[in-house]
Design a binder for this molecule. Structure first.
Ligand code: ATP
Length: 647
C-alpha cells in the first residue's frame, strides 16, 4: 500500500487534526496586536528573572552583572572609536594625527579586551544558570502534575496544556531568562551608540530607528505566526506523539504485529505528519513574505538614511570627519538595534512558550486538592457513601454514579458486582479518596473524607487496582512502593499473594529490575504482574483493602489463595471486593449490585438469591450453569455469533 500521496491530500479524518475546532483561542491570540503582547513582555522577563534568582542567586547575579560590565566596556570602546576618528580626521600632518589618536586607540583595545573577558565570564555564568532554571521548572511541573486531583487527568484541554508545557514550555523558561539578559545587554550597547549619534547630529538617531523598525516588526510578526500555528497544532502533535510511541514502544510491539497494525498506524501517522508539515510549510511561506516585506522597508529606510547624510554633507551642515564617524556609528547602531530587536523578538517568542508553562502551572494549581486539614481519619470503624453522584470531566451530564448508598463496617467483606461499565471501579476510587463526589458524601467514621487529610487517609487504604502499573523499579520497590521496606511484612504480603513464587524465579530476586527496557531488567507474565500488584495492596498496613478485580489474570490456585487471604484479612481489616467471579463473593457480609451507576440490589448472597428475577440471582445462576453444565437456563445462541447458525 502506498502511504504517500503526491496529490493534494483531502481533509484528514482524525478529528484531532482539525485543530482550530479545538483551539478557538488561537484566533484570539492572532488578533491580539504585537504591542498588546509586547506590553506583557516586561512582566514575563521579570517572572523569568525571578525564576533564575530562585534557581541560583550567585549565577543570576554573575550573569547580569558580568553582562552589564561587558555592555559598559562596549560603550566605552565605541566612544573611544569616535575619539580616534575625530583625531584622524583633524587637520595636520598624518604622523601627528596618528600619534594624537593613540591614547583613544589604547582605550579601544583595552575596552575590547575587558569586554571579551567579561563576556566570556558572563557566558560561563549563563551556561551554568540555564540548566538550573530548567531543572527547577521541571521539578515545579512534576510537583504539580503529581499533586493534581486525579480527575484533572481526564480533562483533554489540560492534557494539551500539559503537553505544551512539557514539550517546549519547560525549555523556554531558561531561554526566556537568557533572552532577558540579552535584552539588557542590547539596551546598554544601544544606549552607547545612541549617545554617540545624538552628539554627532540629533537627526541621525531618528534615521537609525527608521532603518531597523521594519526588520523588527517583520521578525516579531514571523515569530507570532509560528507560535500560533504550533499552538494550534498541539492536539495534533500530541496525537502524533502517541501514535509514534505505539509504533516504537515495546508495550504495543506484540499487538501491533499480531493485528498487522503497522500499515494502518503508519498511514494514520503519515496523515497527521502531512498535516503538520503542510501547516508548517504554509507558515514558512507566510514568514518569508513578512520578512521580505520587512527587509524591503528596511532597505528603503537605509537608502533614505544615507541620502539624508548626503544632504547634510552637501549643505555643509556636517563636516566630513563627523559624517565618517556617523556612518560607522550608524552601522554599529544598526547592528546593536537589530541585535536588540532580535533579542526582544526571541524573548517574545520564548515568552509565548514560557507563557504556556505558566498557563499550565496556573491551571494545575486550580486542580490541586484543598489544603489539607491535617485531620487523621483514625482507625476505620465505618465507611459510608450516601447519595453519591459523580461524573467524569467533560461528561457532566452523564453521571457514572447516580445516588449510591453503601456502608462498610470494620472487619466486613463487602462485594461490589455488576456488569461492565456499571461504575464499580469508579466507586472504589471514590471510596479510596482518589475522587471526591459531586453530590452526596463519603464519610470515614462519620467524618466527610473531604475534611480529612488525604495522604493520611490513603495511608490507611490498600488499593489492589484493576489498572495496576508495573513500575520501572526493583521487585521490592514494586511491592513496598516506598524507599523503606519492612522485611517481615514484605515476606508475608508476598506469601499471601503468591508473589513469593514470582520473585523466587527472578535472577536477582527482590532486587531484580522489573523493566525489560533496561539492562538486567525482567519481564513478567500478566498473572505474575497481578500477584505483585496484590502483594503491593497487602503490604500496606491498611484498615481497608480495596481489591478491584484482583484475580482476573491469576491461575485458579493463586486466585483461591488470594480470596482466602482476603477473607482471612477481614478478621481485622475491612475488605471491599470487586469481582465478576461471583463464586468468590458468596461469603461476603454484604453484596451490592450496581447497574448504570445505581445500587439496584444489596444483601447477603442468600438474600439476593431469594429475589425472584433479581439481577444477582440471574448473574450467579448464569455462571453456576456454565460450571455445572445445566443447560436449562442457557440463552439461545446469538445469531450474530460465528457458528451460531450452524449450531
Ligand atoms: N477516566 C474516565 N473518564 C471518563 N469516563 C470514564 C473514566 N473511567 C471510567 N469511565 C466511564 O465510567 C463508566 C464506569 O466505569 P467503571 O470503570 O467504573 O466501570 P466498572 O463497573 O468498574 O466496569 P468493569 O466491570 O468493566 O471494570 C464507564 O462508562 C466508563 O466508560
Amino acid at each position: 500500500m502506498r502511504l504517500r500521496r503526491r496529490t493534494a491530500r483531502p481533509a484528514p479524518e482524525q478529528p484531532e487534526v482539525k485543530a482550530s475546532r479545538y483551539n478557538p483561542w488561537v484566533h484570539e491570540l492572532e488578533a491580539a496586536s504585537f504591542w498588546v503582547v509586547a506590553t506583557r513582555l516586561p512582566a514575563m522577563i521579570a517572572l523569568a528573572l525571578g525564576r533564575a534568582w530562585r534557581a541560583s542567586r550567585i549565577d543570576t547575579l554573575a550573569t547580569v552583572g558580568l553582562n552589564l560590565g561587558a555592555g559598559v566596556a562596549s560603550a566605552a570602546g565605541l566612544l573611544a572609536v569616535s575619539g580616534v576618528l575625530e583625531e584622524l580626521f583633524a587637520a595636520g600632518p598624518t604622523p601627528d594625527r596618528v600619534r594624537d589618536a593613540l591614547p583613544a586607540l589604547l582605550v579601544v583595545a583595552g575596552a575590547a579586551l575587558v569586554r571579551g573577558a567579561l563576556s566570556a565570564a558572563a557566558g560561563w555564568a549563563q551556561a551554568r544558570l540555564e540548566p538550573q532554571v530548567e531543572r527547577a521548572a521541571e521539578l515545579e511541573l512534576f510537583d504539580l502534575t503529581s499533586r493534581m486531583r486525579l480527575e484533572a487527568f481526564d480533562d483533554s484541554d489540560l492534557a494539551d496544556a500539559m503537553y505544551r508545557a512539557r514539550d517546549r514550555g519547560v525549555g523556554e523558561v531558561a531561554r526566556t531568562v537568557t533572552c532577558a539578559i540579552d535584552i539588557l545587554n542590547g539596551v546598554i550597547s544601544l544606549l552607547a551608540v545612541a549617545g554617540v549619534l545624538t552628539v554627532l547630529h540629533p537627526l541621525l538617531l531618528g534615521l537609525l530607528v527608521l532603518t531597523v523598525v521594519p526588520d523588527g516588526w517583520a521578525a516579531a510578526r514571523a515569530a507570532r505566526l509560528r507560535y500560533t500555528r504550533i499552538r494550534e497544532l498541539t492536539t495534533t502533535r500530541r496525537r502524533q506523539y502517541i501514535i509514534g510511541a505505539l509504533l516504537a514502544e515495546r508495550q504495543s510491539a506484540a499487538e501491533l504485529r499480531s493485528y498487522n497494525m503497522r500499515t494502518f498506524l503508519l498511514a494514520e501517522y503519515t496523515t497527521i505528519a502531512d498535516h503538520v508539515r503542510a501547516v508548517l510549510l504554509a507558515v514558512a511561506l507566510r514568514q518569508t513574505r513578512v520578512r521580505v516585506a520587512g527587509d524591503a522597508a528596511g532597505g528603503i529606510a537605509a537608502v533614505a538614511t544615507y541620502c539624508a547624510l548626503g544632504v547634510l554633507l552637501l549643505s555643509g551642515s556636517m563636516p566630513l570627519a563627523v559624517a565618517g564617524t556617523a556612518v560607522l556609528a550608524i552601522r554599529q547602531g544598526q547592528g546593536s538595534l537589530a541585535q536588540l530587536l532580535y533579542s526582544v523578538n526571541f524573548c517574545y517568542e520564548s515568552a509565548l512558550f514560557f507563557n504556556d508553562f505558566l498557563e499550565f502551572c496556573h491551571q494545575a494549581r486550580t486542580r490541586l486538592p484543598a489544603p489539607s486539614s491535617g485531620v487523621d481519619p483514625g482507625e476505620l470503624r465505618e465507611l459510608t457513601a450516601r447519595g453519591v453522584v459523580f461524573a467524569y470531566p467533560g461528561d457532566e451530564e452523564r453521571p457514572v454514579l447516580r445516588g449510591v448508598d453503601i456502608v462498610l463496617r470494620k472487619g466486613e467483606i463487602v462485594a461490589l458486582v455488576g456488569e461492565n461499565g456499571s461504575g464499580k471501579s469508579t466507586l472504589a476510587r471514590l471510596l479510596a479518596g482518589l475522587y471526591l463526589p459531586h453530590q452526596g458524601t463519603i464519610a470515614w467514621n462519620g467524618t466527610d473524607t473531604a475534611d480529612l487529610d488525604p495522604e493520611k487517609l490513603r495511608d490507611r487504604i490498600g488499593l489492589i487496582s484493576q489498572d495496576y502499573t508495573q513500575w520501572p523499579l526493583s521487585a521490592r520497590r514494586n511491592i513496598t512502593m516506598s524507599a523503606d521496606s519492612d522485611d517481615g511484612r514484605l515476606l508475608r504480603a508476598m506469601r499471601l499473594s503468591g508473589a513469593d513464587a514470582v520473585v523466587g524465579e527472578l535472577e536477582d530476586g527482590l532486587d531484580t529490575l522489573l523493566d525489560k527496557r533496561f539492562v538486567g531488567g525482567a519481564d513478567l507474565s500478566g498473572g505474575q504482574k497481578q500477584r505483585i500488584a496484590a502483594a503491593r495492596g497487602l503490604y500496606r498496613r491498611a484498615d481497608l483493602v480495596i481489591a478491584d478485580e484482583p484475580t482476573a489474570a491469576l491461575d485458579a490456585k493463586a486466585e483461591k489463595r488470594l480470596f482466602d487471604t482476603l477473607h482471612a484479612a477481614a478478621q481485622d481489616t475491612t475488605v471491599l471486593l470487586i469481582t465478576h467471579r461471583l463464586a468468590s463473593v458468596r461469603m461476603a457480609d454484604r453484596i451490592y449490585v450496581l447497574d448504570h451507576g445505581r445500587v439496584i440490589e444489596h444483601g447477603t448472597h442468600d438474600e439476593l438469591m431469594a429475589i425472584a428475577d433479581g439481577r444477582y440471582r440471574d448473574l450467579f445462576s448464569l455462571q453456576a450453569d456454565a460450571y455445572t453444565g445445566i443447560a436449562g437456563r442457557a440463552e439461545p445462541p446469538d445469531p450474530a455469533l460465528p457458528g451460531a447458525a450452524a449450531g
